[in-house]
Design a protein around this ligand. Structure first.
Ligand code: NAP
Ligand code: ZN
Ligand code: ZN
Length: 352
């Protein structure tokens, strides 16, 4: 077994503390990744706090992992030692069910082994995530990462990137369309970058007036303070597509009413409490309200390659692992510009 250090919480109420645990010895198709950077997703915060009532403790969060291949299993051929690799929200699935065969392993009908707060395919062994020194993963579930200067800023693509890229592709967002992005956080700012790169006219809906200049710098064409009812009324019936990334309870009807004929609103944010949808909000203009969950391995690789070709990375604030509590507090206050990324060197430094 491989001795690994990380940071864990022991319950929904406790603070992060150093945590030692073991990763499995490498199987034939496994790779050992030395973790360099791990993004801090709001899903980490929801799960640490047991917002979704499914938390398993001790929990080592982290599913936006970038690292270097340290060792490869006897039959592993996808990477060589020293290559960069990424791990996203899941580390295994059955590979043979209908959904796995279609490349949407995140919806495996047997068991999707999520990177943390989950179990391996035996449905017993707990999984531990990227707030740690290293991870062992089957090579099929590791992503190729091209060498580039700002690798830390690539880490958030593994969740925030794919979660926003996937629905924009699925609904064929393109030039000439009006797209709204609701919430300018980790997911939201990636949604803006992708929608702009696909040629859409992008409007950011935000509760934080102070983010207007940032939204414009990210390429958005318009910025709307969503708390002001007049702003929302003025834009009724104008949007082809809206991506809702908000992490806390909020009114959906106000946004549905912004959709034009056959407009689609995609929910990716996962508030703790359910939302109420007024039937008329959907019936007018034949609107659709749909959800989207991360993305499969093939599409995640496509997104990473798209980002490399289009010079897209995340806007990040790098922190040492010791500042994780502060990063959570600031993220909850919508005060993150626009993704915290943990420099895993800080973990090693603390050990010495
Ligand atoms: P984040 O960085 O905290 O961004 C969320 C943004 O939502 C905030 O920056 C803020 O933007 C807005 N917001 C926060 N509280 C609000 C409130 N009370 N009312 C209105 N707006 C509010 O979080 P994230 O990492 O992007 O994640 C966003 C959500 O997506 C989380 O719930 C997360 O669990 C979920 N998620 C889902 C998937 C999936 O597969 N579907 C994948 C990853 C994450 P403004 O300041 O601009 O208003
Ligand atoms: Zn995430
Ligand atoms: Zn499956």
């Amino acid at each position: 077994m491989l001795k690994t250090s990380g940071y864990a919480v022991k319950s929904a109420e406790s603070k992060f503390e150093p945590f030692e645990f073991e990763r499995r010895e490498l199987g034939a198709k496994d790779v050992l990744i030395e973790i360099m950077y791990c993004g801090v997703c709001h899903s980490d915060i929801h799960q640490v706090h047991n917002d979704w009532r499914n938390s398993i403790y001790p929990m080592v969060p982290g599913h936006e992992i970038i690292g270097r291949i340290k060792r490869t299993g006897a039959e592993a051929a996808k990477f060589k030692t020293g290559d960069y690799a990424g791990v996203g929200c899941f580390v295994d699935s059955c590979r043979s069910c209908e959904n796995c065969r279609q490349g949407v392993e995140q919806f495996c009908q047997v068991h999707c082994a999520q990177t943390y707060n989950s179990t391996e395919m035996d449905e017993k062994t707990p999984t531990f995530g990227g707030y740690s020194s290293q991870i062992v993963v089957d090579e099929d579930y590791a992503l190729r990462i091209r060498e580039q200067e700002n690798l830390a800023a690539v880490a958030p693509l593994l969740c925030a990137g794919i979660t926003t890229y996937s629905p924009l592709k699925r609904f064929n967002v393109r030039a000439g369309q009006k797209v709204g992005i609701v919430g300018l956080g980790g997911l939201g700012h990636m949604g803006v970058k992708f929608a702009v790169s696909m040629g859409a006219e992008v409007t950011v809906f935000s509760t934080s007036p102070s983010k207007e200049q940032d939204a414009k710098d990210l390429g958005a064409h318009n910025f709307v303070v969503s708390k002001e009812a007049e702003n929302m009324k003025r834009l009724a019936g104008q949007f082809d597509f809206i991506l809702d990334t908000v992490s806390a309870a909020h009114d959906l009807n106000g946004y549905l009413n912004l959709l034009a004929l056959n407009g689609v609103m995609v929910i990716v944010g996962i508030p703790e409490k359910p939302a109420e949808v007024v039937a008329f909000s959907l019936i007018g203009n034949n609107r659709s309200l749909v959800g989207s969950g991360i993305g499969g391995i093939r599409e995640t690789q496509e997104m990473l390659d798209y980002c490399a070709e289009n010079n897209i990375v995340s806007d990040i604030e790098m922190i040492p692992i010791q500042k994780i509590e502060e990063a959570y507090e600031r993220t909850i206050k919508s005060d993150v510009r626009y993704r915290f990324v943990i420099d895993m060197q800080s973990l090693l430094a603390a050990e010495k």
